[in-house]
Design a protein around this ligand. Structure first.
Ligand SMILES: [Zn+2]
Length: 308
């Protein structure tokens, strides 16, 4: 916390009781009249900042790295450390109780993922034959999934890991993001050279929508099935009020199966806006309109539940 206050010291920072930092807006060029002396808020907990005077807003980590020259990992640490300062020391959510070795599992190699990709995402195996897919937040291991393929596919998720407040491979060092369902999709798009993040399922929480909304350009690429179509609407209606959203019409079941780089690149280039997508869906996807209206009603109820 002190470090964060130190970085901002030229701007008279004050830590408020809710953990947010209030100070003079560091974007002085937006305030030639000298305004914005107390209009700037940074929330370490949410990792975002907002100036209520000039409306500058975005990721706290990016502010620290780009504006204040703090290196990325230090910035991550400042925001994370700051968020745990409070009355109760926060226990680690999770401890990995198994020792695992970062070894690209054969199952993923067989599906065409590169050795270096699997190492980058630190996929591994335990001595007793489980594949381990670790979930990191920055450099911190916050959870993992273990799976076995034989004889039947078994997947076990680490308990106590809140998927609703997590995005796999979230990296705000880009001005755009491709949003997908699963980590296999993220890995494939990483191989194709794209910044992707996974919601880990076919739903998008308000927390996830808020983080995704911080990007200037958002591309949705959920699975080409009923659940994926529904997730597309859930994401679109939450994110589109805040930023530019486009949809990627790729030809495979999910982005993970889009092994051909050129096919993906063409799909990305052909990204459509929502009006075009919805018109097409209304013509060719049975029950699309009904599903969409139901999603909009459900989201309204969610918002009401949250405000109670
Ligand atoms: Zn400002």
């Amino acid at each position: 916390m002190t470090e964060l206050l130190k970085v901002l010291e030229d701007y008279d920072p004050v830590r408020m009781s809710n953990g947010q930092i209030r100070c003079m807006c560091p974007f002085r060029e937006n305030h030639p009249d000298g305004s914005g002396r107390k209009s700037f808020f940074l929330s370490p907990e949410l990792g975002v900042f907002h100036c209520f005077s000039c409306n500058a807003k975005g990721s706290a980590v990016r502010l620290l790295t780009r504006r204040f020259g703090v290196n990325y990992f230090d910035a991550m640490e400042m925001v994370n450390l700051a968020s745990v300062v409070g009355d109760k020391p926060k226990k680690p959510e999770f401890e990995l109780d198994k020792s695992f070795t970062v070894t690209p599992p054969k199952y993923f190699l067989d599906r065409g993922y590169k050795d270096e990709t699997l190492r980058h995402f630190r996929f591994g195996e335990t001595d007793d034959g489980w594949m381990i897919i670790p979930f990191y937040r920055g450099r911190e291991l916050v959870g993992f999934q273990q799976r076995k393929q034989t004889p039947d596919r078994i997947v076990r998720n680490n308990t106590g890991f809140n998927k609703k407040e997590y995005l796999y491979n979230y990296d705000d060092g880009y001005d755009y993001v491709v949003v997908v369902e699963g980590y296999s999709d993220v890995l494939r798009l990483y191989e194709h050279g794209y910044n992707a993040t996974a919601v880990l399922g076919a739903d998008v929480s308000r927390w996830q929508a808020q983080k995704i909304s911080e990007f200037e350009h958002v591309y949705l690429a959920f699975d080409n099935d009923d659940a994926g179509r529904r997730a597309t609407e859930i994401a679109y209606w939450q994110v589109s009020p805040h930023t530019d959203v486009k949809l990627i019409p790729y030809p495979t079941k999910d982005p993970g199966e889009c092994v051909d780089k050129r096919t993906w690149a063409e799909s990305f280039r052909d990204a459509t806006d929502y009006a075009e997508y919805a018109t097409y869906m209304a013509m060719y996807w049975d029950g699309y309109i009904e599903m969409r209206e139901k999603v909009k009603r459900d989201l309204k109820h969610r918002a009401e539940d949250d405000s109670r």
